[in-house]
Write a new protein. Structure first.
Length: 256
């Protein structure tokens, strides 16, 4: 006598289970795999980017000669500064961490808004590299003949901020409309966006001939950008954990 077809054998195995009901949609004996290290790469890279992006804290241990209260962070890697190679290299590393994390997150973007937000973060990283490749020629906070507005560097800096705020706005909007939603981004994203925008606007004084204390607000802005990266990492990790939860078992009807 021939063996029963494969489908019938699987049905027989399922009917031997408690309750005698087959599990629909999944072959017997196969369980959902837990989220592995691959799904944790994007949160990890973005968390590292948050730390590396705030490399300005090295001012407290290095003799940069700049007053952090009244100098732009980009003056640290101005062409004539003693640590321009160090700070420029760190900025590029931070940009690559952001780009890599965003590209990995794109694979799990739940909708068009989220995809556009992650692509904006990729543009942020690319613009940050351009910001280093076209640095300020000198440090205007300590060199009076140095111009505060370097046309090309100012342009790349403007692109950095445009891409950053586009990513914030798009990902916050996606957190409220896409499915599944992101409670972390929906709750905290608007606060980070508003605070980062306010601190960014308060740094433009030197561009209009009114320098002073813009270094404090810019460094606060960079801290908020780091908070944004950490918030994205936490939201991605929470989404990974939700997807890794096992299916709820089907209810078993009492016999008789």
């Amino acid at each position: 006598m021939r063996e029963p077809p494969t489908v019938l054998r699987r049905a027989a195995v399922d009917l031997d289970r408690p309750g005698g009901r087959a599990r629909p949609g999944r072959p017997p004996g196969r369980t959902r795999r837990p989220a592995g290290l691959r799904t944790a790469w994007a949160p990890l890279l973005l968390t590292l980017a948050a730390v590396v992006y705030n490399d300005w804290v090295l001012e407290f241990v290095l003799p940069t000669g700049l007053d952090f209260r009244h100098s732009y962070v980009s003056e640290l890697y101005a062409a004539d500064q003693p640590f321009h190679k160090l700070f420029g290299s760190i900025e590029i590393v931070a940009a690559f961490l952001v780009v890599a994390g965003a590209l990995l997150a794109l694979r799990r973007a739940p909708g068009r808004l989220a995809s556009a937000g992650w692509w904006s973060l990729v543009a942020f990283g690319a613009s940050s590299v351009a910001d280093v490749v076209i640095p300020m020629r000198c440090a205007p906070s300590v060199e009076s003949p140095c111009e505060a507005v370097n046309p090309w560097h100012t342009t790349t800096s403007a692109l950095v901020h445009a891409a950053l705020f586009a990513s914030m706005a798009l990902l916050v909007a996606a957190a409220a409309t896409d499915r599944p939603p992101s409670p972390l981004l929906r709750r905290w994203g608007p606060w980070v966006l508003g605070s980062a925008l306010l601190t960014a606007l308060s740094t433009v004084g030197p561009l209009f001939g009114r320098p002073g204390w813009h270094g404090m607000t810019q460094r606060a802005h960079l801290l908020l950008v780091g908070v944004w990266f950490v918030l994205l990492a936490a939201a991605l990790w929470a989404g990974t954990r939700r997807r890794a939860l096992p299916d709820a078992p089907a209810a078993v009807r009492p016999s008789g």
